[in-house]
Design a protein around this ligand. Structure first.
Ligand code: ATP
Ligand code: MG
Length: 403
């Protein structure tokens, strides 16, 4: 999969206008200037500027071509794809979910009436849409993932749903240990599974209400994230705190809190153990991930300890876990690199052929991830993701390089 980098609009776009049913052939520039502003309601000058800055990019794939929003532009989210496949299909980016640090105050300020609490699953975000009859899986940034596109229909039967609802997009999390992006063990999932948390309209990105979503998932027998209850705003903070403590004990991530009508954006809240797990991961690869992860996880711990009104003993335990989640993985990796080894992680995935595993590695490279196939046997591939900065910097420092 390669992404076009030319700035001189060499491409021609063919499409069929759904309102007038005429066939069009436009250059990419004509499309961006004349058609796209009408389709997504953004001024053509801003779109051209985004194209020239590579924030809007031509995207070529074996499935179809598209325009990809690398960054958000006005109300259009990053990860939005304008797909050209006979007709134009706009698959909007999945919106950011803001985090609450203090449940008791934030819920009351943010929501009205009752809230639905869902489990937040730890995997990777996927949007699945039917594009001209093809079922396609997009990752958060809008990239079409060949692995997910192949796996999703094996994990659930999407045919009837997509035939009867071509204008709906399934938003869910790919989870499990044989997950080449985020590997996490769930007893009920094991190797690989998919859990749906939102159903949204193509083009507008409008989410269905919690009730409509649940009815549809039930009707088509599609797998949902766990619903943990509906609570009044008065009860919600203490209930959620209890739920999150329990989830944390089971190594589960946390919750997403949603307005029943989905008119108000959801909020997320996570368990202390999830913060520690992310720090452990980040400090295994300190010079690749440490900085970006560190500050926000520590801040989450501080406010959670405050809101839980912890005893000195409980706080001491939290502090110890936090420190251990930083120092032990860091030490582990320094020792590892000191033995002339590379800081890397091995990811396991299903692949029918070596070529399929290599296609996935090319897809990772497009995402800026350095990886290679190190083993392929019996339908399984081991992909090694290399953390180069961590390897290079640790080598430099243990040999006397200055910080
Ligand atoms: P964001 O850009 O939304 O902050 P992030 O990459 O920082 O995302 P997370 O902290 O994992 O990701 O939180 C948001 C993500 O949680 C969503 O993008 C979605 O993939 C995932 N998620 C898991 N379970 C749910 C759920 N029940 N409802 C909504 N999102 C969920
Ligand atoms: Mg996540």
């Amino acid at each position: 999969m390669n992404v076009n980098t030319e700035k001189d609009f060499p491409k021609t776009i063919f499409f069929n206008c759904s309102s007038c049913s005429n066939n069009y052939e436009l250059t990419l520039k004509e499309f961006i200037v004349k058609e796209l502003p009408r389709i997504i309601d953004i001024d053509h000058n801003r779109l051209l500027e985004a194209y020239n800055n590579s924030n809007l990019k031509f995207y070529h794939s074996k499935y179809f071509n598209a325009l990809q929003f690398r960054k958000s532009l006005g109300k259009i989210e990053a990860g939005t794809m304008v797909c050209f496949d006979n007709e134009i299909h706009v698959i909007r980016g999945f919106p950011k979910i803001r985090r609450t640090l203090m449940l008791s105050k934030a819920l009351e300020k943010h929501f009205n009436g009752e809230v639905a609490v869902e489990e937040k699953m730890n995997g990777y975000n996927v949007r699945i849409a039917s594009i001209n009859g093809k079922i396609i899986a997009f990752t958060r940034g809008g990239y079409i993932c060949p692995y997910t596109t192949k796996k999703a229909p094996q994990l659930m039967d999407l045919n009837q749903f997509s035939q009867e609802n071509p204008d709906l997009v399934i938003c869910g999390e790919m989870v499990g240990v044989e997950n080449p992006y985020v590997s996490h063990y769930y007893p009920e999932i094991g190797k690989l599974g998919f859990r749906i948390f939102d159903i949204r309209k193509k083009h507008s990105n409008k989410p269905l209400s919690i009730k409509e979503k649940r009815n549809i998932l039930q009707k088509y027998d599609l797998p949902s994230v766990r619903h943990l209850g509906v609570y009044s705003l008065k009860d919600a903070p203490s209930k959620i705190m209890e739920l999150v403590k329990e989830l944390g004990k089971d190594s589960r991530e946390g919750v997403v809190i949603k307005d029943l009508e989905m008119q108000i954006p959801p909020l997320k809240y996570t368990a202390s153990q999830a913060h520690d797990d992310e720090l452990i991961y980040a400090f295994k690869y300190p010079f690749d991930l440490g900085k970006a992860f560190f500050f926000s996880r520590v801040i989450r711990e501080g406010f959670q300890a405050y809101e839980m009104n912890e005893s000195a003993e409980e706080l001491g335990k939290r502090a110890q876990r936090l420190g251990e989640s930083i120092l032990y993985p860091l030490m582990g990796t320094i020792n590892h690199v000191a033995e002339h080894k590379v800081a890397g992680e091995d990811l396991l995935m299903d692949a029918d052929t070596m070529e399929e595993a290599e296609e996935f590695v090319r897809h990772l490279r497009d995402l800026g991830v350095l990886a290679k196939v190190i083993e392929f046997k019996d339908g399984k591939a081991v992909i090694r993701r290399i953390h180069q900065s961590t390897t290079d910097k640790i080598n430099n420092y243990i040999n006397g390089g200055l910080y």
